[in-house]
Design a protein around this ligand. Structure first.
Ligand SMILES: [Cu+2]
Length: 314
């Protein structure tokens, strides 16, 4: 067989790539595979700046569970372990996945492990949660979190200068009172698992920070289990709101946006003037029981993790 010259091979290769580009074929080479493993842990966690503890059920011992971040088109190989030291069944339901619920989201007993694979086909910010019965209790006690699916083409929306992830949920003093959960008799509504976590007037509370004119992108998930969030930045207007965090679902100049339980949205805020802009759910029975996050706009704003979990030590 006649050997092709390296130059000819290179030209042929370039032609194939050019053809693929002309035909609009996606570049599969850029899609990644992520192995995500979580462990269901029934543990005590700190939910207040005073150090007060709560008998939670968690993913990886934290409420919310760890933030998962992938890009549109990526594959997620997910594994949930329910260690035999636990007492209850647990499961995992990813709203970013489009797969069979019966097979993949079934509850597993202590000592068991479940794995499944999904492709994150749609960009956005999505809820994840345990769905074991009674689901209202498994979510109320802390088994929830967020997965961000970044758009494949970052140019589909303005670049963010700063990003934050906020997960709202209701908290009951008695984690065993399922009747109070059905009756919506929550004691607190919280952001990222802490009562007044981002309110500097309370012990252990620390404001979120950003610089003037920065585009602050807030990925927001409402874990519920029951209450709607009516998210509003006091003293400001959302520049953009993206339903489910999908750049195609763009709203402009929004004062307040409702995010139902089990839903999510991405909020962009650009503030020109230094000051304090509290981010609240305008459902006041919730805001006044813990769901106020102070956002301080200051030229000396510090960098912070995507989801500042505990300003206080656990
Ligand atoms: Cu669970």
């Amino acid at each position: 067989m006649k050997r092709q010259s390296p130059q000819l091979m290179a030209v042929a290769g370039a032609m194939v790539l050019a053809m693929a580009g002309l035909m609009g074929l996606p570049s599969e080479a850029s899609a990644k595979t992520h192995d995500v493993k979580m462990t269901a842990l029934e543990v005590e966690i700190v939910t207040e700046g005073t150090g007060k503890k709560y008998k939670a059920w968690t993913f990886n011992g934290q409420m919310p569970g760890p933030a998962v971040r992938v890009t549109e088109g990526d594959t997620v190989n997910f594994t949930l372990e329910n260690p035999k030291t636990n007492t209850f069944q647990h499961s995992m339901d990813f709203h970013a996945a489009e797969i069979d619920f019966l097979k993949n989201y079934r509850a597993i007993k202590p000592g068991e492990t479940i794995s499944y694979t999904f492709v994150a086909k749609k960009p956005g910010v999505f809820f994840y949660h345990c769905g074991a019965a009674p689901m209202i209790q498994h979510i109320a006690r802390g088994m929830f979190g967020a997965i961000i699916v970044d758009p494949k083409d970052p140019k589909v929306w303005p670049k963010a200068d700063r990003e934050m992830l906020l997960v709202q949920s209701e908290l009951w003093n008695n984690p065993d009172d399922v009747e109070a959960m059905f009756g919506r008799k929550f004691d607190n509504v919280i952001f990222n698992g802490g009562i007044w976590k981002y309110h500097p007037f309370f012990i252990g509370g620390e404001a979120l920070e950003a610089k003037p004119n920065e585009r602050v992108r807030i990925y927001f998930v409402n874990a519920g289990p029951n209450e709607f969030s009516s998210l509003h930045p006091i003293g400001e207007i959302w520049d953009n709101v993206y339903e489910s965090g999908n750049p195609a679902n763009k709203l402009v100049g929004v004062q307040t946006y409702v995010v139902g339980p089990g839903s999510a949205a991405t909020f962009d805020l650009v503030s020109e003037s230094p000051g304090v802009y509290p981010i609240v759910t305008h459902s006041l029975t919730a805001a006044l029981r813990g769901a106020i996050a102070a956002l301080t706009i200051t030229p000396v704003a510090k960098d912070a993790p995507l989801m500042p979990l505990t300003p206080w030590n656990p």
